[in-house]
Every structure is written in structure tokens, then in C-alpha cells.
Design a protein around this ligand. Structure first.
Ligand SMILES: NC(=O)c1ccc[n+]([C@@H]2O[C@H](COP(=O)([O-])OP(=O)(O)OC[C@H]3O[C@@H](n4cnc5c(N)ncnc54)[C@H](O)[C@@H]3O)[C@@H](O)[C@H]2O)c1
Length: 247
């Protein structure tokens, strides 16, 4: 992949898992990074790894769904240089069927997966359009395509991410900004390792043509490709990265 020197990428949920992998791969290609996460400990570990690569790092520990705090942090980060790559990755789940999930939990899931990416796009897209170059990569999920039992909020939000992606791609394409979504399948991250029991993982692995879970780095490498000049003719795409599961 081409060198990302001279570019600056903002990654949400950069403290661990897929977000950390995205930040590290983009930095390894030469990008400076803005790292946002609510967990100061994991965030500083990611920052340390990337500073060791000689890249510039701006970190802010915050709750992304506090929109006023988020806007202030992004304004501050932008003062250190234009951000031209946005990776909307942070997310969490509130499992539940339509019968059981509360409307508050449903709204919480929409907030992190849809409202936060929308706000970040609103904040960063104008500069990308003016510059005539920009990359937005939204992390959706294979559940956006399949739906999932007892995951009504999450599946709905992740399907919305695809709608957001395609709409913004149409707005920003004429100015050289590409907007794409990646759709991970079951991917090994700290949250999956800690909270998803093997009895739920194994049936998915059994239905996965490649016969295993994905690794965070396997998602990050596609994100880094979409952020590169080699992906210059790809926009409005929703790319499954699931070992063939759910397609
Ligand atoms: N791991 C999988 O199997 C899988 C599959 C499909 C899609 N995804 C999606 O990929 C993305 C990353 O998943 P992951 O498994 O790496 O997650 P993870 O839980 O391991 O990491 C998520 C990170 O986001 C941060 N975060 C969450 N809410 C936040 C908030 N309100 N404010 C600030 N930071 C916040 C967390 O602190 C954490 O560092 C998510 O959008 C997830 O839905 C993951």
C-alpha cells in the first residue's frame, strides 16, 4: 500500500481491538493519528506504540456520545493539522429482542453507531471536499446484511451505517472523497474474547467457509487499503470481511 505520509487519520475506539489495529496499520504506513476512546489506559497504550513509530499522535479520552465534548476535541485536534482520513469504528452492543430491549438501550446503540459517525462526518467532510481528497471508512457489521436474533438494535444501527455510507459517498464523490463501509464477521478482539462464550462463537465458526474467526489486523488491512490511493475508484461500497460467513 502506498505511503500515507502527510495524511492524518482520526480513529474512534482506538484503544483496543479493531480500532487499535486500524490506528497502528495506518501509522505504520506513515499517517499521523488522532485517537479517541473512552478508556484512557488502553488509549495511552495505543498512543505509545504509534509514537514509537515516529508518528504524531493526538489523544483524547472522552465519551464519544457526549456530542459537545466530541466537537470540542475535534476542533482542538484540527488545530494541529487537517484530518483527511476518518475511521468510524467505536461501538458497543446492547443485546435484546424487540420484546425485551428498552427504547433507551435502542437509542444508545443508534447514538454510538450512527449519530457519532454522522457528527464526525459533518465536522471533517467540508475540509476533505475543499482539499479534493479524503477518505471515510465506516465500520459496520455482517449483521447489517443478515439481521441477528436478539440483536435488533445493533443490526438496525449497522444497516443504517451502510445507508449513511452510500449517501455521503454520493454527496462527496465529485470532490474526490471516497466513503466506504467494512462489514466484519466474528473478529477476535478483547470484547469478543471476554464477553462472548465459546458456545456462541463455535456455531458461527462452523458456518464460516474459512473455518475460523477473523483477526483485528485482517479488518485493519482492508481499512488501510480503502484509505490509500490504490482504492481511488472504490466508493459507496459495503465490503464484507467475514471469511465468507453471512454472505
Ligand atoms: N469484533 C467483532 O466480532 C465485530 C464484528 C462486526 C463488527 N464489529 C464492529 O467493529 C467495531 C470495533 O469492534 P471491537 O470488537 O474492536 O470492539 P471493542 O469493544 O474491542 O473496542 C471498542 C472500543 O471502542 C471504545 N468505545 C466504545 N464506546 C465508546 C464511547 N461511547 N466513547 C468512546 N469510546 C468508546 C471502547 O472503549 C473500545 O476501546 C465496532 O463498531 C463493532 O460493532 C466488531
Amino acid at each position: 500500500m502506498a505511503n500515507r505520509s502527510g495524511h492524518k487519520a482520526l480513529i474512534t475506539g482506538a484503544g483496543q481491538g479493531i480500532g487499535r489495529a486500524c490506528a497502528e496499520v495506518l501509522a505504520s504506513k506513515g499517517a499521523d493519528v488522532v485517537l479517541l476512546d473512552k478508556n484512557p489506559k488502553t488509549l495511552s497504550a495505543t498512543a505509545k506504540n504509534i509514537k514509537a513509530m515516529g508518528r504524531q499522535v493526538f489523544t483524547r479520552s472522552l465519551d464519544l456520545t457526549d456530542i459537545q465534548v466530541l466537537k470540542a476535541a475535534v476542533q482542538e485536534a484540527k488545530q494541529e493539522g487537517r484530518i483527511d482520513i476518518l475511521v468510524n469504528n467505536a461501538g458497543y452492543d446492547r443485546p435484546g429482542t424487540t420484546a425485551k430491549i428498552s427504547s433507551d438501550d435502542f437509542l444508545d446503540v443508534l447514538a454510538i453507531h450512527l449519530v457519532v459517525p454522522f457528527v464526525l462526518i459533518q465536522l471533517l467532510l467540508p475540509d476533505m471536499r475543499i482539499a479534493g481528497w479524503g477518505r471515510v471508512i465506516n465500520v459496520s457489521s455482517i449483521y447489517a446484511l443478515t439481521g441477528a436474533k436478539a440483536e435488533v438494535a445493533y443490526s438496525t444501527a449497522k444497516a443504517g451505517v451502510i445507508g449513511l455510507t452510500k449517501s455521503v459517498a454520493k454527496e462527496a464523490g465529485p470532490q474526490g472523497v471516497t466513503v466506504n463501509a467494512v462489514l466484519p464477521g466474528l473478529t477476535r478482539t478483547p470484547t469478543i474474547e471476554k464477553f462472548m462464550a465459546d458456545k456462541y462463537k463455535q456455531p458461527i465458526v462452523d458456518q464460516t467457509p474459512l473455518g475460523r474467526m477473523g483477526e483485528a489486523e485482517e479488518i485493519a488491512s482492508v481499512v488501510a487499503f480503502l484509505a490509500s490511493d490504490e482504492a481511488s475508484y472504490i466508493t459507496a461500497a459495503a465490503i464484507p470481511i467475514s471469511g465468507g460467513w453471512g454472505i
